[in-house]
Design a protein around this ligand. Structure first.
Ligand code: ADP
Ligand code: MG
Ligand code: MG
Length: 885
């Protein structure tokens, strides 16, 4: 018989898969002896069973009622009994935290009778009715499906009628009327009464939490965070404690450190006389946690103690939710807290310094994505004018965009490519699509732990919250700061690191971390933290990191960023610009002599390119790829030419012979599927002299560098090999030219000749190809295109978003390598290539080389190096280190 229910005292933090994160950590805190209201957890397994069969799993109801009985006995009270009722919260909690994405229902057990009992036993009538109206509202919306805005409107109407500024000014009579209004609303909307029986409330609440796993918001959040859809949520049932019992009660959230910067010290928000969800919802403005010291010194001291205990126990930043009931502190939740990239590096460095964690653990806690974020530019504060408004720096970064006031507008504008900033009084989970679409989120209310702040940090999105000078008018679609009115569509700049907002588009400057990589300058504590992590990564990684660069500037930058060579030097860019004419001449050449003249003219230009790159990468390998794209890419556009000729004819002139020849060539060379056409090695084999010219340029550049006392390490790479025969022929020609240059110059030019593996056939025959290849480099862009059979240039816009929506992809295979298909080809080629040629050097070039997830795959596939764009080099180094942990 499966066990579907665990007491808090039975679980621990390692059971998050079964008990969800919240349940596992409630169990852990219970074990640690922290004051947690008693309760138990219904497992994610029960949820999965319910979601797949649509029926409550057998035995679950019985198990729940057994555990409830135990809880009731310990409390000496029964759920929802008439006098002094026991009340429960029913809380969702999945494996991975999904803040505010699913449902929680408080005060289960109240009904028309027990509300009177609660009023009597607590001696606080207002509190009892406040709790009841919360239950009816949460149950009505979450379980019975009534739009929560209907409840909020009823509340707003009542507040207006009573002239109440906030909910605290409503008294017991007001609230009891509100309960009646809510119940009537439910009746009208659902044709059903709010259920009075506590057992029914409980049962339906549990099932509603199960179902909330598949709610729209939750699904969107999971897709964005790459959380699998089949995990399900656990449900925690817990005795209620009350923060809304008066001014000696309240609720709050706290962090053991600042989640935005990692700075040590208590951070948080507290709301007197409130239940927990009020804090996050931003119903009233919270006070800083430090104010609690004056409000309730004893609870404050206890809280500080518990936070220290938790940080030492978890050895990481923790965030918690707590409630004080009439001077007694209760811990309601903890978890290892989400944090910004900056905080992640700062905290890891500090905990390593304190010997609380090892350097390897420190490395595990930072990420390449985070590093990339720290390399983004910041606003140039010396060049911006006065700030338009100030708020709380909730999630760092610099963003510029047009102001929008609701989620739908944000999504609409973003879909046309416009950059937007979502401005709200406060956000709710319904704003999630807009937050995803926006560059930044700006709110006028709420603290560092408000919904906007927490969700934005999780997404790495810029956020300034609690900008109280701003008055948001959603109806008129504008906001006001003092006398300034900002209409929808106006561009503003949001600095989430400083908490400032500027009008217009503020200019950007490099971040301190970027400056460090560029110049070695260490201008901030954060830079030291990054350097520490990079050193650790470089010390443990097995994968080499090279860069894709095809000019000396990029090569030099890549080297500053730590590249250990060039994994892909494309030569096609060397054929553009003013060299186009020479290339045209080569293509149009009728006779060998004509072609040779064009090639001869190109040769010194190519040589100069290579000399510069080899100099910038002196002593490190530079893998040069022979020309890859179809030649007609270097010719003018067919339509353009045809129009030019037609225009000339219309004016009664004869078209230039050059144009006519060009059009003729373009027509001759036209391909329906250029990606699968005459390109790569095929080109070299049919276009006479091209390979020889390129190889000669490389070889002569090597000679020139050697004569200058340098240490050039060129490697020659042949693209788009299908079969070993192609490589054999090309290699003969390459070696002939290398030998010739060596002989003529008297300088030995000895470049390894290797190939790209970027077609499935090459991967599958890698053993044979390795007989001719001195190294392999996976071209995973083409390998992905040809394995899946779709062209990146055509299909991404056409159907990828539909595929992502339908869950066919979790992520685009061009972004993160498809391990199952493309990855398998890589593994086969590595195994068979190395079997044929032991020690064969194998790398990867292409976008995947700088993608964290893919780097981990290439590490485990046994590659020697990854190659990526210069700016991604630090990211790849860091992730290569993390992959080796
Ligand atoms: P979320 O996952 O959205 O944070 P929670 O399950 O933590 O949802 O519940 C939301 C709020 O309800 C919490 O902040 C907490 O303060 C309050 N709450 C939950 N359970 C209890 C309880 N047993 N007693 C008092 N308040 C509770
Ligand atoms: Mg919570
Ligand atoms: Mg390719």
């Amino acid at each position: 018989m499966v066990q579907y229910v665990y007491e808090f005292s039975e679980g621990d933090r390692n059971m998050a898969g079964l008990l969800g994160g919240k349940g596992a950590n409630l169990a852990e805190m219970t074990r640690m002896g922290l004051p947690v209201p008693p309760g138990f957890t219904v497992t994610t397994e029960a949820c999965r069973a319910f979601l797949t069969t649509g029926a409550e799993p057998t035995g679950l109801a019985l198990e729940v009622s057994d555990h409830l009985t135990t809880l009731e006995q310990a409390a000496g009270r029964r759920l929802g009994q008439r006098d002094e009722p026991l009340l429960l919260s029913v809380r969702s909690g999945a494996r991975f935290s999904m803040p505010g994405m699913m449902e929680t229902i408080l005060d289960i057990g109240l009904n028309d009778d027990s509300v009177l009992g609660l009023a009597k036993s607590s001696g606080n009538e207002r509190f009892a009715w406040d709790s009841y109206r919360r239950l009816v509202q949460m149950f009505g919306s979450t379980v019975m499906g009534v739009d929560s805005a209907r409840f909020e409107n009823a509340m707003a109407r009542l507040k207006e009628a009573r002239g109440a500024a906030d909910d605290l000014q409503l008294d017991a009579t007001d609230l009891s009327r509100l309960v009646e209004a809510y119940k009537e609303l439910i009746r009208q909307e659902t044709g059903e009464d709010f259920p009075q029986a506590p057992a029914e409330q409980l049962r339906r609440a549990i099932l509603a939490v199960f179902e909330s796993w598949n709610g729209e918001r939750a699904r969107l959040y999971r897709r964005r965070e790459h959380i699998p859809d089949d995990l399900g949520t656990a449900v925690n049932l817990q005795r209620m404690v009350f923060g809304n019992l008066g001014s000696d009660s309240g609720s709050g959230v706290a962090f053991t450190r600042d989640p935005a910067t990692g700075r040590r010290g208590l951070y948080g928000d507290y709301l007197p006389n409130a239940q927990g969800e009020d804090v996050v919802a931003g119903i009233r403005n919270t006070v800083a946690l430090t104010d609690l010291e004056h409000l309730d010194p004893r609870s404050y001291a206890q809280l500080c103690g518990h936070l220290r205990t938790l940080e030492n126990h978890y050895r990481d930043l923790c965030d918690i939710e707590f409630t004080i009931e009439r001077g007694t502190l209760w811990m309601l939740q903890t978890r290892v807290g989400k944090r910004t990239a900056e905080a992640a590096f700062a905290i890891a460095a500090e905990l390593v310094d304190e010997d609380l964690i090892t350097p390897d653990e420190g490395l595990a806690r930072v990420s390449g994505d985070g590093l990339a974020r720290l390399m983004f530019p910041r606003f140039d504060t010396s060049a911006v004018g006065d700030a338009l408004a100030h708020g709380i720096p909730a999630s760092p970064g610099a963003a510029v965009g047009a102001v929008v006031f609701d989620s739908a507008e944000a999504v609409r504008r973003a879909s046309t490519g416009e950059k937007v900033v979502l401005v709200r009084q406060e956000t709710t989970p319904d704003d999630l699509p807009g937050m995803v679409a926006a560059q930044a989120v700006l709110t006028s209310r709420g603290g560092k732990t408000s919904h906007a702040a927490v969700v934005a940090r999780g997404m790495g999105k810029v956020c300034v919250c609690g900008a109280e000078e701003i008055t948001v008018d959603t109806q008129k679609r504008r906001f006001r700061v003092g006398d300034t009115i900002v209409e929808e569509g106006t561009v503003i700049s949001v600095d989430g690191s400083e908490g400032t907002v500027y009008s217009g588009a503020a200019p950007l400057v490099d971040s301190a971390v970027m400056r460090y990589f560029e110049t070695g300058e260490r201008s901030a504590g954060l830079v030291d933290a990054v350097v520490g992590a990079m050193q650790q990564a470089d010390g443990v990684r097995r994968l080499g990191v090279r860069a894709n660069a095809d000019n000396p500037e990029d090569a030099a930058r890549a080297r500053r960023f730590g590249a250990e060579g060039i994994g892909l030097c494309r030569t096609e860019h060397m054929f553009l610009g003013d060299r186009r004419q020479l290339v045209e001449a080569m293509i149009l050449a009728r006779a060998d002599a004509e072609r040779e003249r064009a090639l001869d003219a190109l040769l010194p230009l190519q040589r100069r390119d290579f000399v510069g790159i080899l100099a910038a990468m002196d002593g490190l390998p530079v893998t040069v790829r022979l020309l890859d794209p179809p030649l007609h890419e270097f010719l003018p556009d067919r339509t353009e030419l045809a129009v030019r000729i037609a225009a000339a004819e219309a004016h009664g002139k004869a078209p230039s012979t050059h144009d006519a020849e060009l059009l003729d060539a373009v027509n001759r060379m036209h391909e329906e599927n250029p990606m699968l056409g005459l390109r790569g090695v095929r080109l070299g084999l049919v276009a006479p002299g091209l390979i020889a010219m390129q190889v000669r340029a490389i070889a002569e550049a090597v000679v020139e560098r050697k004569r200058a006392g340098g240490d050039p390490r060129a490697e020659i790479m042949v693209p788009l090999i299908d079969t070993v025969e192609e490589l054999r022929l090309v290699r003969e020609e390459i070696e002939r030219v290398l030998a010739e240059v060596s002989k003529v110059t008297g300088v030995l030019v000895d470049c390894p000749v290797g190939t790209m593996i970027e077609l499935p056939r090459a991967a599958l025959t890698a053993g044979r190809i390795a007989q001719e290849a001195q190294f392999f480099s996976f071209g995973t862009n083409d390998l992905t295109q040809t394995t899946w059979g779709f062209s990146r240039d055509d299909v991404e816009a056409a159907f990828f978003s539909a595929y992502l929506d339908k869950g066919i992809f979790k992520v685009s295979p061009f972004e993160t390598i498809d391990r199952e298909g493309v990855g398998r080809l890589v593994e086969i080629a590595v195994a068979e290539g190395r079997a044929a040629r032991p020690g064969l050097k194998i790398g990867v070039c292409g976008e995947h080389g700088g993608d964290p997830d893919s780097v981990h795959f290439f590490h485990s596939a046994g590659l020697d190096y990854v190659s990526c764009s210069p700016f991604r080099v630090p990211v790849a180094r860091l992730e290569a280190g993390r992959a080796a942990l």
